[in-house]
Design a protein around this ligand. Structure first.
Ligand code: HDE
Length: 704
């Protein structure tokens, strides 16, 4: 025995004193250093390649196996690391330790995603966004796997495969990619009217967010908080972004799919690299067990929202995303969320959608990540290693020691042992359940339209207009006239006028009767109109200039915007530098050919005769202005820059005349000269902060 120990010690010493390849040395997977990698081993320079080339074989074999199946839904995504800070001790409601101490910090990893598209599909498709958070808590990992829309399409998990089959590309020709605008999806919608409420949200601007950093996140399903006395409450979670909830407009979203399919991924990555860390506050809505039946809707029905006006959200903490992943595959692709990953203090409800989800996520990881040991992949590991008798299987990393892998045991001292509830072990809520086995749903689940009408009634005029346009686009792409007619008839139960508008746009008969949504409850929290409009932090603004620009104007504006937290890019004909009319030079960030109004929130054209004249010639600058106008973005111009604006197709607004005035008209801010520059920059900043100027909506549209 001692001899064996002695031998092991010698081996350890030997290992310590060896010379190993350092991390700059190229080696095989067996750590053999490689002396030549650019040619395979051949019998003569023009001879056949030899099978004994282990370096070639290993490299190609590994490459052949690089792909894993993409997620069946939410395949397209982006992720970030960060932390969660608890604002207040919530132990009155939950024993979850990460919520039991003011100021407590918990590391997190978040993955945002779209649902329908393949892994390489465009970020800006009209779709629900996933917002999944893994909290690495001291109680173990807790996953809050939510979406940016507070409800869902269906009420029961058994219909999920049908829903997804209908929205995915059609099976005969695999068209269309990342789009719900096709026959099978709307055929499902009219066949399953429970989808109506969700369709209203998905056809609203919520489904085309400006940024992952500017959307809410919702748990959707009903969970429970459980305190240490065993008292339970029904809960839903909400994430609210500090930058407010903002969207693109549809024309912009689908063009962005071509201009920059990575738009949201890039936006998240760049914000974190610039230390503009995305921040969200976590709120919880709580309903006492005794109030379970006090609402018009069933609180277990995932197609129903708990309006904030009825169930006030309590702010409980903040999420900060402050680190980009080092390796997309290892972290973003391999992260495995599951709504069933809960910690003591958080429990489930009987929401039938949630119950099915509890099964689905682990099941999908088994195929996607190749076996039952995906919790050992670094991104999925809890902070402390797990201890249990699970063993072996594909890709097992842990080397379990000892010979007992069963419980109870005496040979291993009985370890690992269960931990009683009062010492931190998970205890399920002792809910009393009884009932007959039945395939049915409760009566309130069967009201599919009240909240959909309420949602429509809560929208502003512009939001309603955008919903109608979205119906025209989506249903307009449905080839089956029957399905188009059934869509109109179904949505007459949400609002008769809405259905008539849809009918006009998609060429079917308008309904003669239907619901009047103006009589439905109005909840302002459904609308995005009242969101944050007082900051331009992280907004991207293009400055269009060529040689001969006015240095004073450009630099004052650039400084003011950057001081307010915006990201300013100088866009010019070519990369390099441009020279002002007074001789100063400034670096160009992007050339005109690679730029587009779509990647900016706003645009500014400084004066300088040669610069403005030159910009008129190519057409691209005029196009950028037109398109920015069409997409309701803030525009500013000064000096001769105003001429450029006048030469564009923008006719619906007034520009500064020949006096020293500042004219602000529907988000277009102009001045000729000699004005108070503080006032000018402030007006532009306010216009950018407003996000979009929908008062242009009724103006004649410019081409763009
Ligand atoms: Fe998911 N969902 N889902 N889902 N879900 C998946 O799990 C599923 C639902 C959500 O970034 C899959 O790991 C069923 C609602 C997000 O990795 C899969 C049902 C909500 C993500 C799955 C639902 C979500 C997923 C596919 C109906 C909002 C991406 C890959 C019962 C609360 C997580 C995977 C990530 C992913 C099943 C409905 C959110 C197949 C069966 C409702 C954010 O397991």
């Amino acid at each position: 025995m001692n001899k064996k120990k002695d031998k092991n010690k010698k081996l350890e010493d030997l290992e310590k004193n060896q010379e190993y390849p350092d991390d700059k040395d190229l080696t095989t997977d067996q750590a053999v250093k490689i002396s030549h990698t650019d040619d395979s081993l051949k019998a003569g320079v023009r001879g056949p390649t030899l099978l004994e080339d282990f370096h070639l074989r290993e490299k190609i074999t590994h490459f052949d196996h690089e792909r894993i199946p993409e997620r069946i839904v939410h395949a397209r995504g982006a992720g970030a690391h960060g932390y969660f800070e608890c604002y207040q001790d919530m132990s009155e409601y939950t024993r979850a330790k990460f919520l039991n101490e003011k100021g407590k910090i918990t590391p997190v990893f978040v993955r945002f995603s779209t649902v329908a598209g393949f892994r390489g599909s465009p970020d800006t498709a009209r779709d629900v966004r996933g917002f999944a958070t893994k909290f690495y808590t001291e109680d173990g990992n807790y996953d809050l796997v939510g979406n940016n829309i507070p409800i869902f399409f269906i009420q029961d998990a058994i219909k999920f495969p049908d829903l997804i089959h209908s929205v995915k590309p059609e099976p005969n020709n695999e068209i269309p990619q990342a789009s719900s605008a096709h026959d099978t999806f709307y055929d499902f919608v009219v066949s399953a009217p429970e989808t109506s409420h969700m369709i209203m949200w998905v056809l609203s601007d919520r489904a085309i967010p400006r940024s992952y950093r500017m959307m809410e996140g919702f748990s959707v399903n009903t969970f429970r908080f459980l305190n240490s006395q065993g008292k339970a409450r029904f809960i839903k979670f909400i994430w609210k972004p500090l930058l407010g909830v903002h969207s693109l407009v549809w024309d912009e979203s689908y063009k962005l799919a071509g201009i920059d399919p990575d738009f949201h991924r890039r936006d998240l990555y760049e914000a974190i690299e610039n230390s503009d860390y995305p921040e969200y506050e976590l709120y919880v809505q709580m309903i006492e067990e005794e109030d379970e039946h006090s609402f018009d809707f069933d609180i277990l029905d995932p197609t129903k929202h708990w309006p904030e006006e009825l169930v006030k959200p309590v702010k409980i903490g903040k999420l900060v995303l402050n680190r980009n992943p080092d390796n997309f595959f290892a972290e973003v692709e391999q992260v495995a969320f599951c709504p069933g990953n809960v910690v003591p203090g958080i429990d489930f409800s009987n929401d039938p959608l949630l119950q099915g989800r509890l099964f689905s996520y682990i099941d999908t990881q088994l195929i996607r990540l190749g076996g039952p040991n995906f919790h050992e992949i670094p991104i999925n590991r809890p902070l402390t290693p797990p201890h249990n008798n699970q063993r072996d299987g594909y890709h097992r990393m842990t080397i379990n020691t000892g010979k007992t892998s069963y419980s109870p045991n005496t040979l291993g001292g009985g370890d690992p042992k269960p931990v009683p509830g009062e010492e931190g072990g998970y205890v399920h809520y002792a809910e009393k359940v009884e009932g007959r086995k039945i395939r049915d749903r409760s009566q309130k689940f069967k009201d599919h339209f009240s909240q959909a009408s309420s949602f429509y009634n809560s929208m502003s005029t512009v939001e309603k207009e955008h919903i109608i346009q979205a119906f025209h686009f989506e249903v307009g792409k449905v080839e089956s006239e029957d399905v188009r007619q059934m869509m109109v008839d179904q949505f007459a139960q949400v609002d008769l006028d809405l259905a008539r508008e849809i009918a006009d746009g998609v060429g079917v008969k308008p309904p003669s009767s239907g619901a009047d949504s103006s009589k439905a409850d109005k909840f302002l929290s459904f609308s995005m109109e009242k969101t944050v409009h007082d900051t331009i932090k992280t907004r991207k603004i293009a400055v269009l200039a060529l040689d001969g620009f006015n240095y004073q104007e450009l630099s004052v504006m650039k400084d003011a915007l950057e001081d307010a937290g915006a990201v300013v890019e100088v866009v010019s004909q070519y990369l390099g530098v441009i020279k002002a009319e007074t001789g100063e030079e400034i670096k160009v960030d992007r050339n005109l050919i690679s730029s587009s109004s779509l990647i900016y929130d706003a645009v500014y054209v400084p004066g300088g005769k040669a610069s403005a004249e030159g910009l008129k010639k190519g057409g691209k600058a005029l196009y950028i202005l037109n398109e920015s106008y069409k997409h309701f973005k803030a525009i500013a111009a000064s000096g001769e820059g105003v001429d450029l604006l006048r030469d564009s197709n923008i006719t619906g607004v007034s520009c500064a005349g020949f006096t020293s005035e500042i004219v602000a008209d529907k988000g277009v801010i102009t001045t000729l000269n000699n004005v108070d520059w503080d006032d000018f920059t402030r007006s532009f900043i306010e216009a950018v902060a407003s996000h979009r100027h929908f008062d242009r909506e009724t103006e004649e549209q410019v081409p763009g």
